[in-house]
Write a protein that binds this ligand. Structure first.
Ligand code: DQA
Length: 148
């Protein structure tokens, strides 16, 4: 099986970006842990961080040709703005899990709505970098035929 991990805008700054909200783990550390978690489960892994909506849309399209089985995505600010990402994920029909480091529901009102959540297999938020570990765990259970 093949898993694709996508990170939206500003997540390249993890480690130094508002550490009180997002923690001190870097994106490289998150990707490394995710890669190891997939390898241990015999699952293929690829990841991309982009600050550009169109680049994420195109990577989602490419996931079809790459035969990606499941996408784990932290859409970051695009969560709250992007019909294009929603349509891309719906368009390729690849199941996805939405993940956030913080708990957007405990924050500003404009973060309470997600354009993706109702299409997602599930949403994991509020556990810092552990949100990714938990999302990957759920993803790998599904890919290995043990529904979470
Ligand atoms: C985030 C939450 C979003 O509201 C915010 O725009 C981000 C990060 C998170 O992981 O907590 O950039 O997706």
């Amino acid at each position: 099986a093949k898993l694709l991990l996508l990170h939206g805008p500003n997540l390249n700054l993890l480690g130094t970006r508002e550490p009180g909200i997002y923690g001190s783990t870097t994106l490289a550390q998150i990707d490394e842990a995710a890669r190891a978690q997939c390898a241990a489960a015999g699952c293929g892994f690829d990841s991309l961080q982009s600050n550009h909506e169109g680049e994420l849309v195109e990577r989602i399209h490419q996931a079809l040709a790459d035969k990606v089985d499941l996408i784990v995505i932290n859409p970051a600010a695009f969560t709250h703005t992007s019909v294009a990402l929603r349509d891309a994920l719906a368009g390729v029909s690849i199941p996805f899990i939405e993940v956030h480091l913080s708990n957007p529901h405990a924050r500003e009102t404009f973060r309470h709505h997600s354009y993706l959540s109702d299409l997602a297999q599930g949403v994991i938020c509020g556990f810092g970098a552990d949100s990714y570990t938990l999302a990957l765990e759920a993803a790998l259970m599904r890919l290995n035929g043990t529904p979470a």
